[in-house]
Design a binder for this molecule. Structure first.
Ligand SMILES: [Zn+2]
Length: 431
């Protein structure tokens, strides 16, 4: 990805560093060659030559670009699980994924970790983003997801003679789990997404208290992935699935919905980050009836919302790490509303706006293993920055409103927001 050349100043805004430290009123950020040269109070800022290009935050907020920690660029607002494997061919899904990546960047998300991909699109989407062919968040790519035969992601009965090749690799036993990970190694993914447990979406055979993989299968995934330098995450709702994932050495957990004292202790001991993705539950409850979701499924989502919110509160209060990612890409959680996750954590779960933003920036970058490069506004890091009109700490929902996004920068280059056209005019004038 290209990086800016020369100097740029972002000034006149409340500065959130993303480190968890209190916001700095009248903050300024200086960028030199796309990296942060100063981030702090305007009073202590070095003096720059007159005429240095600048972005006026107009009394709004200057903060690190957001990190979507559970992103599905290839999910295209699906209304039923079956849509994922039979609705569109790979060609069209690829185009949809590129459009979703652009949208995420325009919403202020400068980085994202995939939570699973159709076909092997994420790996190539990442390459296209890194090569500036298509705009999008800096991406950590997943591939096809791994699930036990008969588990949550194995929904086509055999008589239909429909495979699930585009979406999942179905495994029976540790040998097949190992083979599936080896396939993903060759595909070039960074993250192996697995399904240790079921979900409220499948109440008959794979509900949120059902296990969909054995410990042996999970351990085989981790051992193989780690041997090749890949990381492993998993859809973990049931307590026993969370425990299995932690004991197997998972690098992160998705959801970790029903955590008990024992699994919380294990989680803290291993410092494993969790991405709860809770707004998905809320949206399923609120909008499920519109999409003819049976009441049994909605009841399961209510249980997951309550369990997940309680687990998230316990993890944060005990000093654990949480990333913000929302599983967006379903009909009731369409792409483009990613920041609803953050509002939900403030308004429903009870996190402070600053805690929520730290999860959505610093911890997101840590999950991606790229916290030395971005996630906080500290000297030397990339200029991946979000500038928003309004006080985000007073009203986190401001982040949901794209009209209030003044600038989204990656490596000091303005990629989206209202300031984009004025900065481009300035650049053409100076070159
Ligand atoms: Zn997901």
């Amino acid at each position: 990805m290209k990086i800016a050349q020369g100097e740029l100043v972002i000034h006149n805004g409340t500065l959130i560093l993303g480190t968890g430290a209190s916001a700095i009123p009248c903050g300024t950020v200086h960028l030199r060659d796309g990296r942060i040269a100063y981030a702090g109070s305007a009073l202590g800022a070095p003096v720059l030559p007159p005429g240095t290009p600048s972005i006026d935050a107009a009394g709004g907020t200057i903060m690190p670009g957001l990190v979507e920690a559970h992103f599905h660029p290839t999910y295209f607002n699906v209304a039923a699980l079956e849509d994922l494997d039979i609705k569109y061919p790979v060609e069209y899904v690829t185009l949809l994924a590129a459009a979703n990546a652009r949208l995420a960047l325009e919403c202020g998300y400068t980085a994202a970790r995939s939570g699973g991909s159709l076909f092997n699109i994420d790996v190539w989407l990442k390459k296209a983003i890194e090569s500036d062919i298509t705009p999008g968040p800096r991406l950590a790519a997943s591939g096809r997801e791994i699930c036990g035969v008969g588990g949550l992601m194995d929904w086509n009965p055999d008589f239909r003679k429909l495979g699930m090749e585009g979406l999942v690799l179905l495994v029976n036993g540790p040998d097949e789990a190992r083979a599936a990970v080896r396939k993903l190694v060759k595909d070039g993914v960074e993250w192996v997404k697995t399904y240790p447990t079921g979900d409220a979406a499948a109440p008959d055979t794979n509900d949120h208290h059902t296990l969909c993989m054995t410990f042996e299968e999970m351990y085989a995934c981790v051992a193989t992935a780690h041997n090749h330098g890949l990381k492993v995450t998993g859809h973990c709702r049931a307590t026993a699935g969370i425990k299995n994932a932690l004991l197997a050495g998972y690098d992160t957990l998705e959801h970790a919905t029903f955590i008990d004292n024992e699994t919380l202790d294990l989680l803290l001991e291993r410092n494993t980050p969790v991405v709860p993705a809770l707004y998905f539950e809320q949206a399923s409850i609120e909008r499920g009836p519109e999409f003819r979701m049976p009441q049994r499924i909605i009841d399961g989502h209510i249980e997951c919302r309550e369990g997940g919110a309680e687990s998230a509160r316990r993890i944060l209060r005990a000093g654990g790490r949480l990333g913000m990612g929302g599983d967006y890409g379903f009909a009731w959680t369409p792409h483009g509303i990613y920041a609803k996750e953050l509002s939900f954590f403030v308004k429903y779960v009870g996190f402070s706006p600053l805690e929520t933003i730290t999860c959505a920036t610093k911890t997101g970058a840590e999950i991606m293993g790229r916290d030395a490069e971005f996630g906080t506004l500290e000297v030397g890091k990339l200029g991946d920055i979000l500038v928003v009109a309004g006080d985000v700490l007073a009203d986190i929902a401001i982040l949901e409103d794209r009209a209030r996004i003044l600038a989204v920068l990656q490596g000091g280059i303005v990629k989206a927001g209202q300031a984009k056209s004025s900065i481009e005019r300035l650049n053409t004038a100076t070159h």
